[in-house]
Design a protein around this ligand. Sequence first.
Ligand SMILES: [Ca+2]
Length: 365
Amino acid sequence: MTFTSAKQQRGIALITVLLIIALITIIAAEMAVRLQMQIKRVSNIGNNQQAYWYAVGGESLAKLVLDEAYKEDNGRLHLQQPWAVEEMTYPLEGGATITGSIKDLSSCFNINAVTRVTATMQNQQQLTDEEIANEEDEQVAEEQNTGNTTNNQALDPDPEQQFKALLELAGIDSYDAETIRDSVADWLDEDSNTRGYGAEDYMYEAKVSPYLPANSWFVDRSELRLIQGFDTMPEGMQRLDKVIEHICIVPKVNDMKLNVNTIKAEDAIVMAAMFDNKLTAAAAKQIIENRPDDGFRDINDFWQQSEIKAVGKISQNLKQQFVVTSEYFQLQTKTEYNQSFFNLSSVIALDKQGKFNVIARKIGV
Ligand SMILES: [Ca+2]
C-alpha cells in the first residue's frame, strides 16, 4: 500500500513538473511574440516619424520655390514658374520618396468669401465699404471729367450672386443653386437667422443624426457634404461632385481673389461666375487658353482682352477681385519611407514681410 502510494506521488510530481514546463514554454513564446511586435511597432513609429520630417522638408522646399518665384517678378505669379509643375516624385536618401504638387488657392472659388463671417469681419467690411465709397467717389469724378455718367450700370455682383452663378454654370439647376447659396451663407454667418432658401440649427437638428451649422469659416471641403442641398444621397452628392473641384478653402480669408495668370482652362466657369456669367464660360476659357505662357504682364492686360471689354462697364469693387499675384497656396505631399506612408496637406501663405510660411496642416489627407 505504502509502495503504491509513493509511486503515485512520483507520478503526480512528474505531471506537475511537466505542466509547469509547458506553462513556462507558453509564457516564453508569448513574450517573444510580444517583444517582436514591440520592436516592429517602435520601428514603424521611427519610420513614420522619419516620413513626417521628410514631409516637413518638402514644405521648406515649397516655401523656397514660392519665395523665389515671388521675388523673381515683383510678386507676379504664373504657371510657367517652377512651383506650378504637375505632381512630381523626388527620391530622397535611404530609399524614401516624396511626391508633391502645389495648388494656387487664388485660382479657384474661395467658399469662405461667400458671406461675411464674424463681427470682426464686419468691421473689416465697414472699412472695405469706406474704401469702396472713396473709390466710387474717385470714379464719379473721373466720369464727370470724361462726361460719362453711366456708373449705375456697372457690373457689380456680390459674392453670393457669384457663388450662385458658379453653381448654375457647373450644371446645378436654379432652385437647387439658390438653396445651396443661402445654406452656405447661413453656415458661414454667425447668426441663426435663416435666409429665404437657407438652413440654420433647426434644419440640421431634425436629422436622424443631428448636428449644428458651423456659423464660422469652412476648414475643409468635406464640410460641404453637410450643407442643405448637398446633404442628400445620391442627388446632393451628384451636385457636389459637379462643383467641388472648382472650390477652395482659404483659411479665415473673406476676400475673393482670382489670379488670372494661374487659373486653368478647366476652371473657366469660376472666372465666368465672377462676372455673374456676363462673361460666358466659353469666352473665359478662350481668355485662359490665349493667355501668354508666362501670364499677363499686369492686370491691365487682362482688362484689355476683347472678351472682357465686351462685358461692358465693370465696378471697381469687382475689378479688385482680379489680380496677377497670389498669397495662399496648398501643398499636397505623399512621403514613403520603409513602407511607411505619410500624407500631408499644408497651406502656405505670404506674410507681411513678403515671405511664405505654413499656416495650416492636415495630416493623413
Ligand atoms: Ca448662421
